[in-house]
Design a protein around this ligand. Structure first.
Ligand SMILES: [Zn+2]
Length: 128
């Protein structure tokens, strides 16, 4: 039989349980929001990177006279550095993590795409 004190204790524990569920839901929402912000930040960084690469390529075409064929040959050569023509250079994909935020660093970038901290090795560093 549940006495008045037992009922009060049960109600209190239910309240605690409900509050911790609420806190967990808030935390999950915060994590989801943070992930969405990180994804948006990464997308903007990729867009910016694309624009910089495009600018560099147009300058090289205009000032040096390089052609799309030159670029394609170079991309192919880099792709083949790991022995496989698969659209990626596996010698550069060993994941390093940011010293500041601990997230995965995209190779070849001077700064962490997540927090902006300086990456080890700097831009276009090749660890070979
Ligand atoms: Zn970072």
């Amino acid at each position: 039989m549940v006495g008045g004190l037992g009922l009060a204790a049960w109600a209190a524990s239910e309240q605690v349980r409900s509050r911790s569920a609420e806190t967990a839901a808030h935390n999950a929402r915060d994590v989801a929001h943070e992930s969405a912000m990180d994804a948006e930040k990464a997308r903007r960084n990729v867009e910016r990177l694309y624009m910089v690469v495009q600018a560099m390529w147009e300058l090289l075409q205009d000032k040096v006279g390089l052609t799309d064929a030159d670029l394609e040959a170079k991309v192919r050569e880099i792709d083949m550095r790991d022995g496989q023509l698969d659209g990626r250079d596996a010698t550069q994909t060993a994941l390093q993590t940011c010293r500041n935020c601990g997230r995965a660093l995209l190779s070849g970038l001077a700064h962490c795409s997540w927090c902006g901290a300086q990456a080890d090795g700097g831009a276009f560093h090749h660890s070979r």
